[in-house]
Design a protein around this ligand. Structure first.
Ligand SMILES: [Zn+2]
Ligand SMILES: [Zn+2]
Length: 133
């Protein structure tokens, strides 16, 4: 008999394998392509839902949309998405999944560089001007 993970009755484990409709963009998120058991955010818009105090515990009653606000690189080089709850401000870091939209991830990571808080020309002055060869 083939063992199916979906039949595990433990609610905490089962929730990780559920597919869900993203509250933010409406995409049907399926767990199959994630490459891990921690499919907790939308692979298209990277948004999540505030259901956990700690990853996977489903202890929060907030249910606000967790907006992806940045990328954090762990010491081992693994990327994590920083999520911030649009309702209560809770912040958490979540491992990226294998099928996360790479363009979305890159634009998230590059956002601070794309929108510097000062004119980029000022960097040239710091470096003694742009070098022309
Ligand atoms: Zn989404
Ligand atoms: Zn929240």
């Amino acid at each position: 008999m083939k063992y199916k993970r979906r039949e595990i009755s433990n609610f905490q484990t089962q929730a990780c394998f559920d597919q869900f409709i993203c509250n933010n963009c409406g995409y049907l998120v399926v767990p199959e392509g994630a490459g891990s058991s921690h499919r907790n955010h939308c692979s298209q818009c990277l948004s999540s839902k505030h259901v956990d105090h700690l990853p996977g515990d489903r202890a929060s009653k907030c249910s606000g949309i967790m907006e992806a606000i940045g990328v954090w690189v762990r010491k081992n080089g693994e990327w994590a998405i920083i999520h911030r709850c649009s309702r209560c401000g809770h912040i958490s870091a979540n491992r990226i999944a294998a099928d996360d939209n790479p363009i979305k991830l890159m634009s998230l990571a590059l956002q601070p560089l794309a929108r510097p808080p000062f004119p980029l020309n000022d960097l040239g002055h710091l470096e003694g001007g742009v070098q022309h060869e």
